[in-house]
Design a protein around this ligand. Sequence first.
Ligand code: CA
Length: 397
Amino acid sequence: MPQAAGSGYDADNLPYGVVSFGDDSPRVAARIGDFVVDLAPIAALEMLPQTELLAEPSLAELFAAGPPVWASVRRWLVGLVSDPAERSVVEPYLFPLSEVTPHLPFAVADYVDFYCSLDHASNVGKIFRPDAEPLLPNWRHLPVGYHGRAGTVVASGAEIRRPCGQRKQPEADAPTFGPSRRLDMEAELGFVVGVSTPLGSPVSPGAFAEHVFGVTLLNDWSARDIQAWEYVPLGPFLGKSFATSISPWITPLVALESARTPLPRQAPEPLPYLRVEEPAGYDIEVTVRCNNTVVSHPPYAAMYWSPAQMLAHLTSNGASLRTGDLFASGTISGAERDQRGSFLELSWGGRDEVQLADGSSRTFLEDGDEVTLSATCPGALGGRIALGDVTGRILPA
Ligand code: CA
């Protein structure tokens, strides 16, 4: 597939999605360069045992099948797009990305959002509690998280309606109900669970790859004014639950092997159930664009808690996993100003203007604004691979 070279979607990437080809029913596809491969008909021709999984209108069956099937489908797929002998077989089932419609690739089972960036948590602490210690006492002991709303996770491209809710101006005596005035985004990675567990079976950090299928870029849209008024004492609720966008392309964990990188040092040492021999994160560079202006470059490598620790913590009380569970990293922010993954931090709570290329400026998002997250990381072939973009445009309330 020479057209894929240098695209970020070469044979060492091959994310999966679910797309409609013309009027046909949606089914599993893989992305290569700016093309998608319609997998089920080729699998049927070649009598692949997993043909039925690939004809599904969701990735859930593939997720549930587990690591040996994931590896075997991937071996087949890499062969399809790399072996010159397969070229004539594949070509009739290769479609330009612009001619197919990607869908939300699986029904999200449960959705959990963490808070794993030391810089993000410190920035938020400084903005909201300027006279106190930025990190709360639990932060270095556990990956803080909350359960979000699975049913409002949408695929990239879905328009985001500005939410209404209760919000109280600092000087006002009472709250009012109306459109959010502090609508924001959060640049995150989402991890997708494939293999379920029964109730009462915690997953150790070492078993991460036995359960997690892959990764997607995720934008946790956030209404800061609604959030600030409602969050005490039970945490985020309606300020977050109106929409979460994910990329329609799920990159398998195995494609991220060359991006694995040691975590920054954890101190104090985590409790035994969160310990791993060599805690690893991913060297994934995210780019945040607002209306085509790059506003930041959040580095995933700077995250304090690893994905394996997030999963271990999430299941440490015996909570079961379901196929299609989605857990997100929390906002990715680095130490530098241009590495902050939210407008809350970029504008420092609304104090500073963020300049856009058209001469306008923002503290928070305006109606009509379009936010796009993209990301790249080292790939197995020596170049860089890309995660699928996630984009969304704000509609008026
Ligand atoms: Ca978040």
